[in-house]
Design a protein around this ligand. Structure first.
Ligand SMILES: Cc1ncc(COP(=O)(O)O)c(C=O)c1O
Length: 402
């Protein structure tokens, strides 16, 4: 007999990690699966000197347990600069530093989900959010997107459907800026209309925004990425931001801005989870903010990823024109392709491994067992040459389907 809880028996493996594990067994594989930032744009010299300075000062607090809520000077920097620049106002009590936004998703889930509750999500949606909420025994209602973002008529229908069944739904989870996986940018009108829908149905919006600063300047400006939270006048948006894509992911420093009632409970959940996020890591990030490192490298990050996006699109144009379709991403790390009719993501994945290339199955991002006609291709962490060669190999796998 198993000793595992019912919840643990249902835990899901991350689809992205799984693609990585399968791929790791293939020598010479090019991974279009891992959505990692590019190490060549990490601010190595700044981080080296900030870290050396911190350790040279030998302040016990640098390597000590810290406040659960986070390192106060970092929270103050966020409030005074990053959040202000994004149009978000708040106070110290509204902000919590988390160990990556992934922890933020888990903690907010702990505060907003009872077993059996329904979480409203976009179709497709970030697989890490599916995993976090699923592990808390949530169920899901998937809501399709159009070119402007989440389809609000479909959202209304989903809410009505859930409530007609006597189930509870407390929040809708969205990634308005360059969504992982579909790369879509939600229009400003749709953001405001979503807020209105949430108000009418008294729902919380969990807004996940790790990619907002990585917009491509050929088509997009910072104004296009204004968070929903910036227009949250009645305390219903939980906003998640992260240093993973704009500084480095390895420090695992992210933050949440939440309505006071939710923030207070998230703090308690975090106390039980890890007492506090790494103080050393938070102090390094604080040092980087102090030296304006994030601001300084932002234009080069945008240019770096935009160039890679273009290389991937050109490679697809020249090898798969007319066979796959996609919406050109205006920021972020991903290109989301619709496969030729009759090509299933699982069958294609097996063929792709034979060609020594991997991607993430489109279906990993769906909560309704659909999505097998899609694949997520990541251009962020590999070189231009690897992108071009990876697409050539993927094209061979697709063409071998006939
Ligand atoms: C949409 C989305 N949310 C959250 C995360 C987790 O990011 P972090 O590194 O801050 O935990 C990711 C990482 O890829 C992501 O794509």
């Amino acid at each position: 007999m198993t000793h595992l809880s019912n919840a643990a028996q249902q835990f899901q493996e991350s689809a992205i990690r799984r693609s990585g594990i399968l791929g790791a067994a293939v020598p010479g594989l090019i991974s279009l699966a891992a959505g990692y930032p590019a190490p060549e744009v990490f601010p190595w010299d700044d981080l080296q000197s900030i870290t050396a300075d911190l350790l040279a000062r030998r302040e016990g607090n640098t390597l000590q347990y810290g406040a659960t809520r986070g390192y106060r000077p970092l929270i103050e920097q966020l409030l005074g600069k990053t959040l202000k620049d994004r149009g978000i106002s708040g106070t110290f009590e509204d902000v919590i530093i988390t160990t990556g936004s992934q922890q933020g998703l888990d903690l907010v889930g702990r505060v907003l989900i009872d077993p059996g509750d329904v979480v409203l999500v976009e179709l497709p949606t970030y697989s890490g959010a599916i995993a976090a909420f699923h592990n808390l025994q949530a169920q899901f209602a998937g809501v399709p997107q159009d070119a402007e973002g989440i389809d609000l008529a479909a959202l209304e229908a989903a809410i009505a459907g859930v409530r007609a069944k006597g189930q509870t739904t407390r929040f809708v989870y969205v990634t308005p800026n360059f969504q992982n996986p579909a790369g879509l940018l939600m229009s400003r009108a749709r953001r405001l209309a979503l807020l209105d829908t949430a108000r009418r149905h008294d729902l919380v919006i969990v807004e996940d925004d790790p990619y907002g600063s990585i917009y491509f300047e050929d088509t997009t400006t910072a104004d296009d990425t204004r968070p929903i939270k910036a227009d949250d006048t009645d305390e219903r948006v939980v906003y998640l931001g992260s240093f993973s894509k704009v500084l480095v992911p390895g420090l695992r420093v992210a933050w949440m801005v939440a309505p006071r009632e939710i923030a207070a409970k998230v703090e308690l959940a975090k106390q039980a989870a890890d007492i506090c996020s790494s103080v050393f890591d938070q102090r390094i990030v604080h040092g980087a903010m102090d030296r304006d490192v994030v601001e300084r490298i932002a234009p080069s990050l945008r240019a770096h990823y935009q160039a890679k996006r273009t290389v991937m699109e050109q490679a697809i144009q020249s090898t798969l024109a007319g066979r796959v379709t996609w919406t050109s991403p205006r920021g972020g790390f991903f290109l989301w392709i619709e496969l030729p009719a009759g090509v299933d993501d699982r069958a294609l994945f097996d063929r792709a491994l034979k060609e020594r290339v991997s991607f993430v199955l489109g279906s990993s991002f769906f909560v309704d067992s659909g999505g097998h006609q899609f694949a997520r291709l990541s251009f962020s962490g590999i070189s231009h040459e690897q992108i071009a060669e990876g697409i050539t190999r993927l094209a061979a796998a697709i063409h071998s389907h006939g």
